[in-house]
Ligand binder design. Structure first.
Ligand SMILES: *Cc1c(COP(=O)(O)O)cnc(C)c1O
Length: 430
């Protein structure tokens, strides 16, 4: 494995282009169709478009659907796609073949999995998560609490603090009444990463089931679910995996849980013999029982094209480059943006950081600054109340991109162009 040079102390743009020239992953950028003049630092929200995707989706539409029609369920392997593509996601998360299946949305998959997890601990009445979690996860858990609890007596919820948010620690809330702990491995706002091995061990030592949300981890950092001995996981494929808007989520369940697992939604694609059209439900063996209904095959086609890229990505090289990009960004922010009080919120300790960096905008309005950046072609995003987020997808972001992003940010802050009223307008989606 070739080790690219570390970030030198004195950095200029030429240093960045030299780092790009020595970057073993630089060639992957050609596999993506990025608009000219755009520095794309929002792959943690919606990954870029792979060049191969449009033709793949077109082929599925014209040949498999148009010509093959209903025959494609067998001839084009439509029925087993969620399992086949699960097997291709497996090596990215330290899972074995047969342990991963595609789901619907991440929210739906969390419901499916968290109910199964809670049912493995019927004598326990508490679900633990974190105040700083992506809110949909907490909203979903409210339904789980109701469904798994008794009528009028939902499961109790305990939320830990951390990541700058005051609240109890995991050790404070764990006791022998905790059934399930649901945590997001890399935080969506700050990019802070948990120690998966350590947290899993702590949760299981208390007798609880560990569920990991990998939305900001898969394709961003190496993950080893089986190495950590975790119980369940879910994640998105439209962020760092570049599956496209609305591409399906995935579900992982450790093989030891397959025989006992009772997911929330028992539907025909999770049935042992779906084409017997039996009146009674009987769960399929293995991970298949987590399936629900007909997969979104056009989205699945787009995901398949993006997974082709991942076949030969070395995850150690990916992590190295990711850390180089985030370290470069942090050191440029420190050295060039100090006069404006810009604060790095993401942990500086690399082992605690995913592949994104969040900045607090000091005296400036972070939302307006981000809109000014986007107008200049540097695309990140803003997360209320005050964080500017920058995602660094190692497959297509270059060191020169990082330089250009910070230089543009410096210009926007020094000219105060962000104060223009056009940057204050908010769309429905931030
Ligand atoms: C992106 C993200 C989601 C998205 O959920 P969808 O149901 O796919 O919209 C959920 N949880 C976390 C932690 C996320 O980062």
């Amino acid at each position: 494995m070739s080790i690219a040079p570390a970030i030198p102390h004195v950095i200029d743009r030429a240093t960045c282009t030299a780092l790009d020239a020595a970057d073993p992953l630089a060639g992957h950028r050609e596999l993506f169709d990025l608009p000219e003049g755009v520095v794309y630092l929002d792959g943690n929200s919606l990954g870029a478009l792979p060049r191969a995707t449009a033709a793949r989706v077109q082929r599925v539409i014209a040949e498999e659907w148009g010509t093959g029609l209903i025959r494609s369920w067998n001839d084009a392997g439509w029925f087993t796609k969620p399992i086949d593509l699960g097997d291709r996601i497996a090596p990215l998360i330290g899972a074995a073949a047969g342990e991963v299946v595609l789901g619907d949305s991440t929210s739906g998959s969390l419901f499916q999995v968290a109910v199964a997890a809670a049912r493995l601990r019927p004598e326990r009445r508490v679900i633990v998560s974190e105040l700083g979690n992506f809110p949909t996860d907490l909203y979903v858990l409210e339904s789980v609490q109701e469904l798994v609890g008794e009528p009028g007596r939902p499961l109790e919820r305990r939320l830990i603090g951390g990541d700058g948010i005051p609240g109890p620690t995991l050790a404070d809330v764990l006791d022998d009444d905790v059934a399930v702990v649901v945590l997001t491995h890399v935080n969506y706002r700050t990019g802070r990463m948990y120690d998966m091995n350590e947290v899993t061990r702590q949760v299981q030592a208390a007798g609880a089931i560990m569920v990991w949300d990998l939305c900001h981890s898969v394709g961003a950092v190496p993950v080893d679910l089986n190495g950590a001995g975790a119980d369940f996981a879910i994640g998105c494929t439209y962020k760092y995996l570049n599956g496209g808007p609305g591409s399906p989520s995935f579900i992982w369940a450790a093989e030891r849980h397959h025989p006992e697992a009772r997911p929330a939604i028992t539907a025909w694609h999770g049935h042992a013999k779906p084409f017997d059209f039996d009146v009674e439900y009987a769960p399929a063996p293995g991970i298949t029982r987590f399936r629900v209904g007909t997969p979104q095959l056009l989205s699945v086609a787009a995901l398949e094209a993006s997974l082709d890229i991942w076949r030969d990505v070395d995850l150690e090289l990916l992590r190295e480059k990711s850390l180089r990009l985030t370290e470069l960004f942090i050191s440029l922010v420190d050295s060039r943006l100090a006069p404006w009080g810009i604060e790095v919120v993401t942990p500086r300790q690399s082992a605690r950081r995913g592949s994104q960096v969040a900045l607090r905008a000091g005296g400036a309005d972070g939302y307006a600054v981000m809109q000014a950046l986007i107008e200049r072609g540097v695309i990140g995003d803003f997360r209320a109340p005050d964080l500017m987020r920058f995602g660094f997808t190692p497959l297509y972001v270059s060191h020169a991109d990082v330089w250009d992003a910070v230089a543009t940010l410096e210009d926007i802050l020094s000219t105060e162009v962000w104060r223009d009223s056009r940057f204050a307008r908010r769309g429905a989606v931030t």
